[in-house]
Design a protein around this ligand. Structure first.
Ligand code: C5P
Length: 404
């Protein structure tokens, strides 16, 4: 399954480049989309076909290819994380100086993603005053330096300078990614605030064993809860049949149906600073819940279900209108046309009366189960106040920026 993240792996010209293949492979097996940018020197150590086969993407090397699509900038901007493994002394020096004389240098300068480097060189080069100063400069800018390890080097000698093992590099990179995800936006800017978030999808029982439900996984709502907690908020998470774990430090209230969600959110919303209705709430529920399992023998070839409208919880909260409370609704639509999608969002905003409406497209493959999301946020007057795409965690950060 796709993680929804784009990872750029920069490979530079050291013998450890052959081990970088395993770094690429580990990210691919985790479901990340991996784009290798190799320096020309790296390709003298490991073949482009190997890197393309393992990364499942074209490998780029040349600054002067793909100029029309401004590739050197696009690669950097698309990255959720950049890992340079191995990072030679020469590459480290260029990074410290901010040089961009190759595709990798350009991609790194054009990126705001976390940068993880795994140095690999001989001990003397690692201990050289120039390298020591360059590494210190990079660390001071927040670059994460993994290793090098101490041990057998390329020749018969041993010492500091071995590139860290691929799984150690990948583990450090994942920590960097999580930290970056959680710190999207400003830290502690929700301290002392109470944020209520609904997540998941309601299930409306038909009989003791069946329900009418939807495909919402709850990932976006849980990401909002994690991001709000990371920014210092007290979070009440109204959890409707989540497919993912709720954060341990949230106050979690479990609900099943729309009516249960309504009772829980109405209770929690009293005095809350913000309410975010990320849950997919069933618009209708069965008029009667059968006490026994519905049987084919009793119903024949067709079965008609009578459904009744559920209350619109979001519109109800908006009508109740607690002063100073920020109310955010979601609108998941299947409309493929961007203009018509926006028009639907504006109509819905007028009907719901919330402060912000987060518009996103859903379908058989988009939206629900994915780790990524693409949103447009409208304010009360229907104006676009935010457009964001990326991991659900990074999108959560942008939504919380509106509250903060
Ligand atoms: O009307 P629609 O279902 O498209 O609206 C979606 C938004 O309204 C979501 O924020 C959802 O949580 C909320 N909603 C609600 N009560 C309903 C249906 C949806 O609060 N019965």
């Amino acid at each position: 399954m796709s993680s929804g993240r784009t990872i750029v792996v920069g490979i530079t010209g050291g013998i450890a480049a052959y081990k970088a293949v395993n770094v690429v492979r580990a990210f691919v097996l985790r479901g990340d989309s991996v784009h290798v940018v190799a320096t020309p020197a790296a390709l003298r150590f490991v073949g482009k076909p190997t890197l393309e086969a393992i990364s499942r993407n074209p490998v780029h090397t040349d600054l002067y290819e793909g100029v029309a699509e401004v590739r050197h900038v696009a690669i950097g901007q698309s990255a959720d994380l950049i890992v340079v493994a191995p990072a030679t002394a020469n590459t480290i020096a260029k990074l410290a100086a901010g040089l961009a004389d190759d595709l990798l240098g350009n991609a790194i300068l054009a990126s705001t993603a976390p940068l993880v480097i795994a140095p690999a060189m001989h001990t003397e080069m690692w201990n050289n005053a120039a390298t020591v100063a360059n590494v210190a400069t990079l660390r001071s800018r927040g670059v994460i330096v993994v290793g090098p390890g101490v041990g057998q080097l390329t020749g018969s000698d041993t010492g500091a300078g071995r590139m860290e093992e691929p799984d150690t590099i990948v583990a450090a990179a994942l920590v960097a990614l999580d930290a970056a995800d959680l710190s999207v936006g400003r830290r502690s800017d929700l301290a002392g605030k109470h944020v209520v978030i609904t997540a998941g999808g309601t299930r409306e029982p038909l009989d003791p064993v069946r329900f009418l439900g939807n495909r919402s996984s709850g990932k976006q709502g849980v990401a909002l809860a994690q991001a709000a907690l990371a920014r210092g908020a007290r979070v009440t998470l109204i959890s409707a049949n989540l497919e993912v774990a709720a954060p341990a430090s949230a106050d979690v209230r479990l609900v099943g149906t729309a009516l249960e969600l309504q009772a829980a959110v109405t209770d929690a919303a009293a005095g809350a600073d913000a309410v975010i209705m990320a849950a997919a709430v069933a618009d209708y529920r069965p008029a009667a819940v059968r006490a026994d399992k519905i049987k084919k023998d009793d119903t024949g070839d067709t079965l008609l279900l009578e459904l009744i409208r559920n209350p619109d919880i979001l519109a109800g909260l908006a009508a109740a209108g607690q002063p100073g409370q920020v109310l955010i609704g979601f609108a998941a639509e299947t409309e493929p046309d961007a203009d018509r999608l926006l028009a639907l969002g504006r109509t819905k905003m007028a009907r719901k009366g919330c402060d912000f409406l987060v518009l996103n497209r859903v379908g058989w493959t988009e939206g629900f189960a994915s780790d990524r999301n693409e949103i447009t946020v409208l304010d009360r007057s229907g104006d676009i106040v935010c457009e964001a795409s990326g991991t659900k965690m990074s999108v959560a950060g942008r939504i919380l920026d509106l509250i903060a």
